[in-house]
Design a protein around this ligand. Structure first.
Ligand SMILES: [Zn+2]
Length: 318
């Protein structure tokens, strides 16, 4: 059982002094099951649910007594979760495309407010919606992504330059990029400090870093508590604007501030997420079939929200 886990010191300040916020709700069997089947297929296959269905399975969450960061401790063994990421497949890419591209446009505008540099790296770029939007307005872009499926999409659909390797295995030149972005990435990585230090090294002096993560002090988190949809197996760090700012400052970033962008979500995506959360998606998923009229309509209706509702966005300069 123990070999399925890794213990770690606080991933922000390095201390090992915490209070337990809440225990894991998983049984020993749950930890084994998920890794041993073929994930190349359908996203609702048994086994993958624990990763994809929010508010369902989580590990023990602790809060550092020194810097107040909330993190999962122990976390599942890194090599095993990485295996999941390599194989993860998103069959919803065509459905999310429109809303993600619109969100990306707002993220690009945010960056343009803070810097005129155009050499941009996006770490954990997924299907490349953000990078594509950035490249359309003149950025020279580079992406890093470990899901093979997402890399294929980013290259095939958008012709993007994406490295299919973990960031830790790459070695970029010092003082190279004007902008580095980490959209919804730091909550997944076991050692965020190491990544931020490396980002600091490869940014040009004065270069901009933008980081966004779910906000455990946001309104949905406060209302739903442990059932908040961003409490899930793959989210092993939980930030607030304060703790996210702290970790950037600890890594040497200056002039940090919080910001926001406009997010877009189609009614189709929103309802899908809600029904999955409630555990009734399988019975009703035919409603969302984009080949039918209802599915088409639900896909067209676009809702807009501020990232502040559920996320922290913090930026800083080298
Ligand atoms: Zn700490």
């Amino acid at each position: 059982m123990d070999s399925l886990f890794e213990y770690r010191n606080c991933p922000s300040c390095g201390q090992n002094d915490f209070e337990v916020l809440f225990e894991s709700n998983m049984k020993s069997d749950d930890f084994n099951v998920l890794f041993d089947y073929n994930m190349e297929g359908h996203d609702s296959q048994e086994g993958m649910e624990g990763y994809l269905v929010p508010g369902k399975e989580w590990g023990r969450h602790v809060k550092c007594k020194h810097c107040h960061l909330i993190y999962m401790n122990p976390m599942e063994q890194v090599s095993k979760t990485n295996e999941y990421y390599f194989k993860a497949k998103n069959n919803h890419a065509p459905t999310i495309r429109e809303s993600y591209l619109r969100t990306a446009k707002s993220q690009v505008s945010l960056i343009q407010k803070y810097t005129s540099g155009t050499n941009l790296l996006d770490i954990g770029c997924a299907q490349g919606f953000f990078l594509f939007s950035a490249s359309k307005v003149g950025y020279t872009t580079k992406g890093i992504e470990i899901s093979r499926d997402a890399v294929e999409y980013a290259r095939g659909e958008f012709g993007l330059d994406v490295e299919a390797k973990p960031f830790e295995e790459l070695r970029f030149a010092e003082n190279h990029f004007d902008v580095v972005t980490l959209w919804q990435v730091l909550e997944h990585v076991p050692y965020p400090l190491m990544i931020l230090k490396e980002v600091h090294r490869i940014l040009k002096p004065g270069g901009l870093l933008v980081v966004s993560t779910p906000n455990i002090e946001g309104i949905p988190a406060k209302i739903l508590s442990k059932r908040w949809w961003d409490i899930k197996r793959l989210h092993i760090n939980q930030f607030t604007t304060r703790t996210l700012t702290d970790i950037l400052q600890n890594t040497g970033f200056r002039n940090t501030s919080s910001a926001s962008y406009r997010g877009f979500v189609s009614l189709s995506i929103l309802l899908t997420m809600m029904l999955k959360y409630l555990g009734v998606y399988e019975q009703l998923k035919a409603l969302f079939n984009p080949d039918y009229v209802l599915g088409k309509i639900l896909n067209k209706i676009m809702l807009v929200y501020s990232s502040k509702l559920n996320h922290c966005v913090v930026l800083g300069f080298k």
